[in-house]
Structure formats: structure tokens, C-alpha cells
Design a protein. Structure first.
Length: 221
């Protein structure tokens, strides 16, 4: 049985346009405006810090159903400060299932063991939290045990700095050095919050990979 080819991004859907610049990587929230078969027109939400250049190596990262995909290519034309014509240099490759992609993210957070949601203005502390679409691992001082109802409080990045409280259940709690490691699953998470967490995770994974222009992006790769 032949596996179906990985899907291309869907016209009108959001994606990340990753511009590979030596020695940095620019990750731009974007969407697919047109798919002309041979190439695609991608529109960024805002102009990049460094203007687009014809010939830039890029990566399109996008979600279709429950999968995250990557499609490498290059900029054939710069149509406007926020709009480019991308020529794919290969076929899409699945990165991971969206449910399983995870990363340790530095973020202001708190873990509250309680049945009721905590106060909206609860104090948060900068820490590192392992996040995925379905759950978390939180490191800190908290009295928790498996089965406890809890709330993971996060301050999402962005101009608004919104604080969200995600209702969760502790699945494991154990000592970790002079602190504790608490693993939990999300019981009720709004779609917008889930997408914001996936965005954080994806950006962190790119940073951890240290993708740079000229590395592992040959035409025959």
C-alpha cells in the first residue's frame, strides 16, 4: 500500500514563514494567499525586521488536521514588503503530530492546586515549563499528587500579555532535586489558547534546532 503524499498548506490558512538568514532565523506569522501549483504566494502579518530578498532560503511550517508539516523552498520574487512568491524545493514532510510536539519554554507561570479557577491577577513567576497541545510538565514547589485538580496559569507573549488559566489534572508528581516535577493533562482548553501554546512550542523547537542558512538545506537534501 502506497502512503498518501503529505498535504500542502491550505489557501487562506495560517502558517509560519521561516526565513533562514545567516546567522539568525526569522519566524514570521503568515498565511497562504494563493497556491499556483509551481509556486505559492505567502503574505506575512507584518514586514520582517530585515526586508525580504530574492533567493532567500525559507521554510513553510503549517498544520493540516492533526499534523505539523514543513516545506522548504526559496523566494523567487518579492512582491511587496509583506508578500513573497515561494518556489518549493521538495515535498512536504511531517514534523510531528500536533498532539505530541513539545518543548521546554521559558514563560511566566504558576501551578495552582484547586478545584476552582484562581484569581485573574494571580502573581506569576518566570520559570521553564514543558508544554504540548495536551499537557505540561511544571517544575517548582507545590504540594501535589496524582489525581489532583489543578490550574496551569500562563502569561502568553504578545502586546496584551494575556494571563490564561487552563483546567488540568495532575498525572504525576515527584521530587526533582530541591524542587518538584509535576506532569499534568489539560482537561479543558480553549482552541485559541491551544494554538498559542503550539505557536510557543514550535518557535522554541526551531530555536533548539539552531537552524541556520546554509546548513542542511542543499537542493538534493
Amino acid at each position: 500500500m502506497v502512503n498518501a503524499p503529505a498535504p500542502r498548506p491550505i489557501v487562506g490558512s495560517p502558517l509560519h514563514l521561516v526565513v533562514l538568514r545567516d546567522p539568525t532565523v526569522e519566524v514570521l506569522p503568515s498565511f497562504l494567499r494563493f497556491d499556483r501549483g509551481r509556486g505559492m504566494i505567502v503574505e506575512a502579518d507584518a514586514p520582517p525586521p530585515v526586508p525580504f530578498r530574492k533567493g532567500d532560503r525559507v521554510l513553510l511550517a503549517y498544520a493540516v488536521d492533526d499534523g505539523l508539516y514543513a516545506l522548504r523552498g526559496s523566494l523567487a520574487e518579492v512582491l511587496a514588503p509583506t508578500r513573497v512568491y515561494v518556489i518549493p524545493g521538495g515535498v512536504p514532510v511531517m514534523m510531528e503530530k500536533r498532539e505530541y510536539i513539545r518543548a521546554i519554554v521559558p514563560i511566566a507561570s504558576a501551578l495552582v492546586i484547586a478545584h476552582r479557577a484562581p484569581d485573574a491577577d494571580r502573581a506569576l513567576t518566570e520559570t521553564s515549563v514543558e508544554l504540548s497541545a495536551s499537557g505540561f510538565r511544571w517544575f517548582g514547589h507545590v504540594n501535589a499528587q496524582a489525581g489532583d485538580r489543578c490550574w496551569l496559569c500562563l502569561r502568553l507573549p504578545g502586546p496584551d500579555g494575556a494571563c490564561v488559566h487552563v483546567r488540568s489534572t495532575v498525572v504525576r508528581a515527584e521530587p526533582c532535586g530541591d524542587s518538584f516535577e509535576v506532569a499534568g493533562r489539560f482537561d479543558d482548553i480553549a482552541p485559541g489558547v491551544r494554538e498559542a501554546i503550539l505557536d510557543l512550542v514550535f518557535r522554541r523547537r526551531l530555536s533548539d534546532l539552531g537552524i541556520q542558512a546554509g546548513q542542511s538545506w542543499d537542493d538534493d537534501a
